[in-house]
Design a protein around this ligand. Sequence first.
Ligand code: ATP
Ligand code: MG
Length: 297
Amino acid sequence: MMNNKAYIQADELVKVFRLGTVEVQALRGLSMQVNKGEMVAIVGASGSGKTTLLNILGGITRATAGNTIVAGYDVTNANPTQLVALRREVVGHIFQELNLLSTLTAYENVELPMLAAKKDGGTRKRRTEELLEIVGLADRMHHKPDELSGGERQRVAIAAAIANDPMVLLCDEPTGDLDTETGAIIVEYLHKVNKEFGKTVIMVTHDPSIARQCDRIYRIRDGQIISVQSPTADQEMGAASRVDVVRERLQEIKEEIARLDEEAKKGGIDLGAFAARRVKLTDRQKLFEEEMHRLGL
Ligand SMILES: Nc1ncnc2c1ncn2[C@@H]1O[C@H](COP(=O)(O)OP(=O)(O)OP(=O)(O)O)[C@@H](O)[C@H]1O
Ligand SMILES: [Mg+2]
């Protein structure tokens, strides 16, 4: 355990694939950090190294050079037994394709990782039903993958990936083959896994609107991170300036009410006109106060 390190950390990762005499450099000194509880997106062109990075973080592929820490585990120096434990208990992995076994039902696919982890029958049954409930598929549990829609299959994949309660969820294009609406539903479930269950989520996506919903966006090009953006922080800044505008408007309304009251006291305004304007202004004040409330104040 290295407490001075980030929760998830890649240091100068290099990955070279050798096919005969041909060498492919999939990663060229890639470094990144992700904090606990974050949901981040990885974007980049096809072949830029996204899947390779996820597979190294998930302990499937060994880096040629560099270091990897995942949830405090030193993945780089883990032996094969430790890597199996990492994959079983620490990370959940949703792949770009082929997440489910076609001969098993949704129920059995979700139960499988718990069988591998030697959970007892009662726990498995309870947890499988709970997970299928969470992803909204309680009524599809006896369907096999080819009897489910693409979106439903990905929801089963999410349920299976979080079955052993991993701390980190790695998702490789989880909305890849889905239409926009179905993709949005999948992303909603991933946000739920992130926010409600506190899992750290790393998601590869090509969809900028999905990436923008994450805490940070890492852009990969040619096996390196070329930029890191914080869209939600930018949004918060936007909200902060909206708060200023609303607060200013609210102050103006209050001053206008005070002036009106002064005028009425001095008898410079007839009672009917006063009442009408007073009601209108207090309604407006209420509206802006509600808006302040919505903005979290
Ligand atoms: N097992 C492998 N053997 C040889 N080369 C590989 C292997 N896996 C990946 N590569 C190569 O490494 C590079 C990065 O591949 P990777 O799958 O990480 O890209 P990606 O960013 O996930 O692309 P996509 O968006 O198409 O999924 C590519 O040039 C690819 O051809
Ligand atoms: Mg890929």
